[in-house]
Design a protein around this ligand. Structure first.
Ligand code: HEC
Ligand code: HEC
Ligand code: HEC
Ligand code: HEC
Ligand code: HEC
Ligand code: HEC
Ligand code: HEC
Ligand code: HEC
Length: 425
């Protein structure tokens, strides 16, 4: 902890003293100092308000005050009201003990003090992660058949929406309970902004150290369809992290966290941190040359530049030949998946749709589940295992399963086609 400037005891100065002092200043120095003095007075009022928040919440919710006291915000004199203040006209504003506040502190609120991080986050896929869920959240709503039609909306609320985010709704100043709480990464907030910074910096510590650890990303980046944390823990990088993380220093401020503080990269190191010549970024797509989560892998826009950035990360610890060889192997594995596993089966399946053997509706025929798991689970595991050095995911959870199900799918498709054609004869 850096200093104790903002412990509760620091909020015990008299408001009256402050007001008299600032009026006096105002009187004496008139115009040039006006804004500074107004600021001091406002800050004085705010300290009074903050003091009230802290003293009461210490009893109502001591965990919150305890966390805040440990945070760098407390050390930097940033209090409850700096974040929770609301305009009375905000849809989620409510009058709480004499101050208008809102419970949600959205990226728009954080941007008052962290414009760079918020802009990068807004530019990233993370901020748009809820757009496919419901029509009201954006234009990709057609992907939600599985969530809302097949599994049921209640499942989506506790599943998809917890990772992706939802649309938080307010009625008569209160959150609709079906939409709150939610901390999904692309949450659509009542003020119209997108995202939830607490997805990686939980309140009220808002720690940079926590965000740098792979477990943080693992809440969402796990499971059969995108096992990034499992792949990472299998990789040599993850093994080194597990064996010696206690000795690493995760608390270093943004631009200076580098190889002298850790011996192997975490998710954040490769995808976000400033390392070597690189600037830190909240746009997690900035260093990706491939889109691997889609059925057919495709190159990202401007992929060469993005790949060069990722190489910069590796080159802090590896040599050129190692990194070139890694990308050569990765590109080959992806081409193998695209050409030998994805395209032939997709083509055969499309014929079934064209012949009317399968209906246009998704997930109403058994084979559609097998096909979904083929690209969405097995195909992603093969590609992501290759991308992040997890050989068991590339192999046994990946290409082996693909090989097995390619055969099954093609046989099944042939049978369905023959049956239909023999009926027509
Ligand atoms: C006199 C006591 C008191 C004061 C002063 C006070 N609060 Fe509260 N606050 C409460 C109580 C009680 C609740 C409701 C807790 C519950 O429902 O469990 C609450 C709830 C909240 C909530 C959560 C509301 C929700 O939607 O879940 C927030 C955010 C909050 N207070 C922030 C503040 C801030 C910021 C201040 C200072 C401007 C403040 N409080 C001042 C007592 C107080
Ligand atoms: C750096 C900004 C920031 C500061 C400072 C801050 N909060 Fe919060 N607070 C948040 C965020 C973010 C949330 C989570 C809401 C969300 O998901 O947007 C939150 C949530 C809350 C909640 C609801 C939590 C729950 O679990 O029900 C309460 C109550 C609350 N804050 C009180 C306080 C009090 C009291 C203080 C001062 C001691 C304080 N906050 C300081 C950002 C802040
Ligand atoms: C009123 C200005 C203000 C607002 C609003 C604010 N912050 Fe901060 N934040 C700061 C300052 C100042 C620091 C640096 C504190 C220090 O290190 O002395 C900081 C530091 C941080 C850090 C680095 C902490 C660390 O461990 O080094 C994170 C993460 C952070 N803020 C996240 C947020 C998030 C998320 C929000 C919105 C929910 C938010 N902040 C809202 C002023 C603000
Ligand atoms: C455990 C958290 C989690 C849950 C639950 C979850 N997802 Fe995801 N989803 C992710 C992550 C992480 C990604 C990004 C994977 C990647 O980039 O490799 C993703 C990616 C996606 C994508 C691809 C988006 C794109 O830009 O191509 C879609 C569509 C999707 N999920 C839909 C859903 C639906 C529908 C549900 C519920 C039936 C759901 N997800 C449940 C975490 C989750
Ligand atoms: C996907 C996880 C993730 C999300 C979401 C996220 N952050 Fe961060 N944040 C990080 C990581 C990781 C770092 C540390 C990067 C590094 O190593 O330099 C960080 C660092 C920061 C810092 C410290 C910068 C410095 O120079 O010390 C601030 C401030 C911050 N984040 C604010 C925010 C705000 C505001 C939001 C919401 C718009 C947000 N973050 C959302 C992961 C995240
Ligand atoms: C609360 C859930 C959640 C957390 C926590 C989270 N992510 Fe994500 N992430 C997602 C979802 C959902 C997507 C897919 C967004 C989409 O395309 O719709 C995603 C996408 C991504 C992508 C692909 C971006 C692109 O442009 O293709 C990367 C890389 C990524 N996340 C890295 C991280 C890292 C690193 C962390 C931790 C520091 C992290 N994420 C934390 C949910 C999360
Ligand atoms: C050694 C660096 C490194 C580490 C550590 C790392 N990644 Fe990656 N990640 C990569 C590379 C390289 C790619 C593929 C690059 C490309 O597209 O060119 C990738 C791809 C991704 C993708 C994109 C998948 C898609 O749909 O295209 C996501 C999401 C992701 N990583 C998340 C994570 C998470 C979460 C962690 C930690 C559990 C993590 N990564 C750890 C280097 C790393
Ligand atoms: C902070 C340093 C660091 C960074 C950054 C880093 N690595 Fe590593 N990497 C290591 C260390 C240490 C090992 C273990 C080497 C050994 O086996 O002795 C390792 C091992 C590996 C391995 C070998 C895995 C195996 O199965 O033996 C590969 C491949 C690899 N890294 C690729 C990359 C790529 C690609 C990047 C960038 C996307 C990267 N690394 C970034 C430190 C790093």
């Amino acid at each position: 902890m850096k200093n104790n400037c903002c412990k509760k005891s620091n909020f015990e100065g008299s408001p009256l003293q402050f007001t008299i002092l600032s009026s006096l200043f105002l009187f004496l120095f008139a115009s040039t100092l006006f804004s500074q003095v107004a600021y001091a007075a406002r800050k004085g009022d705010e300290r009074e308000i903050a003091k009230k928040c802290i003293l009461c919440h210490e009893k109502v919710s001591p965990g919150i005050v305890n966390d805040w006291e440990k945070s760098n915000h407390a050390h930097g004199d940033i209090t409850c009201i700096d974040c929770h203040r609301a305009d009375p006209t905000d849809s989620d504003a409510w009058n709480h003990e004499g101050s208008y506040i809102s419970t949600i502190v959205s990226p728009r609120d954080c941007s008052k003090c962290h414009p760079k991080e918020v802009k990068e986050f807004v530019d990233s896929k993370h901020s748009r992660a809820a757009t496919f869920l419901r029509a009201e959240a954006g234009d990709r709503a057609k992907d939600n058949v599985l969530a809302y039609e097949i599994e049921g909306a209640e499942a989506a609320v506790v599943g998809c929406e917890k990772c992706h985010g939802n649309v938080v709704k307010v009625k008569n100043g209160k959150f609709e309970p079906g939409t709150w709480p939610n901390g999904g990464i692309g949450r659509v907030n009542p003020d119209g902004s997108r995202g939830s910074c607490t997805a990686c910096h939980t309140r009220h510590v808002f720690s940079v150290a926590e965000a740098r650890k792979p477990e943080t990303c693992g809440t969402c980046h796990m499971g059969p369809d995108h096992p990034h944390i499992e792949i990472y823990l299998e990789s040599k990088h993850g093994v080194i992290y597990s064996s010696e993380k206690e000795k690493w220093n995760f608390d270093i401020p943004g631009n200076s966290w580098d190889v002298k503080h850790f011996r192997a990269p975490t998710c954040a190191t490769c995808h976000m941190s400033g390392i070597g010549k690189l600037e830190p970024t909240h746009d997690v797509g900035k260093r990706l040359s491939w889109v691997l989560r889609s059925p057919l892998s495709i190159k990202t826009n401007g992929w060469q530049v993005k790949r060069e950035e990722m190489k910069e990360v590796c080159l802090s610890c590896h040599s050129d030949g190692w990194v070139e060889g890694y990308y050569f192997q990765l590109d080959n594995a992806i081409a193998l998946y695209n050409e030998e596993y994805y395209k032939p089966v997709k083509k055969a399946l499309d014929e079934l749709y064209a012949l009317g053997i399968l209906t246009k509706k998704s997930f109403d025929e058994e084979i559609e589940y097998t096909w979904f798991e083929y690209w969405h689970h097995e195909g992603r595991r093969a590609r992501m295992g290759a991308a992040m050095m997890g050989p068991d995911f590339a192999q046994w959870h990946g290409f082996y399963e693909l090989a097995k199900h390619r055969l099954k799918l093609l046989n099944k498709i042939k049978k369905m086609k023959n049956k239909k054609l023999s009926h027509e004869e």
